[in-house]
Design a protein around this ligand. Sequence first.
Ligand code: SAM
Length: 286
Amino acid sequence: MATLGNPQETIAVLQKYGFRFQKKFGQNFLIDTHVLDKIIAAANIGSEDFVLEIGPGIGTMTQYLAEAAREVVAVEIDKNLLPILEDTLSDYSNVTVIHADILKLDIQKLAEERNAGRPIKVVANLPYYITTPIIMELFESEVPLDSVTVMVQKEVADRMQSGPGSKEYGALSLAVQYYAEPYIVANVPPNCFMPRPAVGSAVIRLTRHKEKPVAVKDASFMFKLIRASFNQRRKTLQNGLHNSSELRVDKEKVARALEKMELSPSVRGEKLDLAQFARLADLLSE
Ligand code: SAM
């Protein structure tokens, strides 16, 4: 089977199998070898690595991954792609395709069985509708993880990487940065895909922190504070945390914590960085 990664080969495969794109699965296949090379280089895959690919499509990136890694498991939800993958990946003995919804798969068990519980690398051109749930699931669960290198909407990549003071900064930035070091590898325009998506994309690498960047007694409480702060972005932190039905924190208590932190009583949540949210969570849970 020919090497994929350009428009001609992609069209040939799609026509051979009479494949029809399904919008609900977020199917935009990569047709640019430079972008594929960049993803593989950024993911830093070596011959010892076990790679989990989410959504192989017709197997374009899977071929690249199989060349670089020890073993690749590719999880695809669309059964119409299975005969295609069997064909396009027939030359690679180190690839297994699993027909499943990644959101329902026990990834921890997979890592245990296939990589003896050692940290795995996740690489994907993600269907955009599952970007946040799958990334949060990977980091919040006990899956042994080295890094996640993914194609996402450009706007989402910017949100993951931004800090206080930028308009993209929000709960997703803090959640990602608590678990990982984000690095935007490349911006990718719509013409690198078939069919073309409506928005620009970016490849982002999230390298899991060996140790958390902040110490907090109750991380789940901190994330409740973060969500409440950004749910009401234009409100002061005092009002935001008080109004939140999940929290209902006493305004006085917030005021005292802010004073201890030497922050203005009218500060908004969007001004606080991760270390400050951690401190606030500890003060409020005292
Ligand atoms: N990796 C291919 C490429 O780069 O050309 C395809 C990427 S395409 C953006 C996303 C792929 O994920 C599609 O093949 C789609 O069918 C698959 N997919 C969508 N939802 C999924 C899910 N919940 N679990 C597993 N695969 C999924």
